[in-house]
Design a binder for this molecule. Sequence first.
Ligand code: FCB
Length: 452
Amino acid sequence: MSSSTPTFPPDFTWGVATSSYQIEGAVHEDGRGPSIWDTFCATPGKIANGDTGDVACDHYHRWEQDLDLMQELRVGAYRFSVAWPRVFPEGTGRLEERGLDFYERLVDGLLARGIEPHVTLYHWDLPQALQDAGGWPERRIVDAFVAYADAVTRRLGDRVVSYATLNEPWCSAFLGYGQGEHAPGLSDHAAGLQAAHHLLVAHGAALDVMRANAPGSRHGIVLNLNPAYPASDSDEDALAARRFDGFFNRWYLDPIFLGAYPSDMWDAFGANVPSVAEGDMAVVSKPIDFLGVNYYVRTVVAHDPDAPGLALRTVAADAERTGMGWGVYPRGLTDLLVRIDRDYTLPPVYVTENGAAYPDKVVDGAVRDADRVHYFARHIEAVQAAMQQGVDVRGYFAWSLLDNFEWAHGYDQRFGLVHVDFETQERFPKQSARWYADLIARQGRAAAGAAT
Ligand code: FCB
């Protein structure tokens, strides 16, 4: 960051994020049941190189070392997810205490190191048994999720600073059921929209029991939001960008904050719209204490009358790209935060994920990932720009602590601040980790200075 960058508020949260299936491994241990990602990984052709999460970062066994690493990097907060199939191996019914024991040790280990625990209940690893019963498109999953949220929050209580019900329901619904790139791999647009609806209902339905079990914690949801820009100044492209925004962002934001699906998209989805039971929208729109925003990319959109569905196509506009091929556009994060703050009455916002994969090279036992440093620096400045425009952002979590299992991309795409050698499980901080640790320390010092 440039030296002219003003400092963040002293109580701003600086964290790192991971998720259970991407790092834990130990898929058969302590009674864990199979998840849809185990099944998907075992399906030929779904994951790059046939990779699986069977071992991943072996975090289930190395968690203490990983917590020490976080302490060394001075991170103030750790966002991780609980694996539902460790807690209810069959999705419902029999509770596996050993699964909860693991997360309890993790939470206590974080607190002992002065690191805030931030828990996500569902980061995509649905118990396979629930998928066998129909998965998210089936209404009965709502009760199963509430029982799961109850069990986790009852055990961990308000030792956890924040609980997010879901991570990125757009991905669970659309990539998982609508388009098939993620587990369980269905390609059925109507099923995707029904899954999205049940995800949202499950989120709202779980909030009461979560609050009762953990009254001192904050309760909210994490959305991946993707600001859409028209490819030209034509009205047609502007409308196409609006449709993309509706499909990706408003389909989740409007129900949560306005209690209704956006009517333009309801019309555009035609026969594929979900069935909505009476009272659902009041459940979905229950107040939350925070909104988590995951930001990676923006999308530039053109009208395309020949394109099926929403009659649009995306245009590659950003010359600078990460290893994922994702365009780099930090300004999009400012625009996004300012825009959602304008359009909705938001609770405090946390940037719960932001980061980049690059083809890191280990040279003399070090990774000099200047590109990742540059990525983080510009996006953190973008957060600050939004705050200067009045958006109440309370924290930033870098994705990710460790190189890990990047879903359909397997281990090819490295997002970590910390390099992981997947042969030896050796970890060492990259240059970006040192940079992030320095940034956090500088912010802390500046805050201490401001207080005196
Ligand atoms: C997000 C996911 C996270 C990770 C990053 C790169 O969509 O929440 O698990 O895969 O992308």
